[in-house]
Structure formats: C-alpha cells, structure tokens
Design a protein around this ligand. Structure first.
Ligand SMILES: [Zn+2]
Length: 120
C-alpha cells in the first residue's frame, strides 16, 4: 500500500484541494522507464496528476540524483557557476532549478507558516 499522506489534490476547484492525507487519492499507474513515479487520482474531482507536480522536480530532464545535488549545492551557499562545475550541468540549468526550488519553498513556507506568532 502506497503512503499518500504527504500528497493532496492539486485541482483548485476541488473541495479536497490542499487537504493532505484526506484519503481521496489513489495510485492509478506508474511511469518513467523504471516505473518509479506514480500517477495519482482524486476520487472527489477525478483529476489525475503526477506525484511530482508542484515540486521542483516536475518536468525535470536531469536524473533525480543530479537535480537534488544541484539543490544541495545551492542550499549550502555554492554559487551558480561553482555548482554547475561541481555537478556537471550548465549554469543556466542551475539557475532554472534554483528558481523552481525557490517558488516551491515560498509556497511551502506560506502553507506551513500561515500565522506569525503574536508579539509578547
Ligand atoms: Zn480533487
């Protein structure tokens, strides 16, 4: 049984939109050459989407290990050119993944830190 508690429906028109672990998702198929990625379906609105949709790795052409390595280097403070040389990708690729990860991090921050703590 797949653990889908970290996922939620991504259809903004669905009543279950954004509710993690609501039990409305199921795995309909697996894709990519090694069948490691799951296609998810919402029982409520019937939407289907990749488990990677909404993540910095969605639509990635780099192997996952290399994409994660790019983001690790950036998170540790390596510059775009240095990261590109170390990982073996172009600086444009590093910049593109950085922007995608930044947008994702902003959305996650806004979800997890919805309310600032009150001043004492
Ligand atoms: Zn839905």
């Amino acid at each position: 049984m797949d653990d889908l508690s970290r996922f939620c429906c991504l259809n903004p028109d669905c009543p279950e939109h954004g509710k993690r672990g609501a039990g409305n998702l199921s795995v309909t198929s697996r894709y990519c050459p090694d069948k490691a990625r799951r296609m998810l379906r919402c029982r409520c609105c019937k939407a289907r989407f990749s488990e990677r949709k909404g993540t910095p790795l969605f639509g990635s052409h780099l192997p996952a290990e290399k994409a994660v390595s790019v983001l690790h280097h950036i998170a540790e403070g390596s510059g775009v050119r240095k990261t590109g040389r170390l990982v073996g990708v172009s600086r444009e690729t590093v910049a593109r993944y950085s922007r995608k990860a930044g947008r994702h991090a902003r959305g996650l921050h806004d979800e997890l830190v919805a309310v600032s703590p009150p001043y004492p």
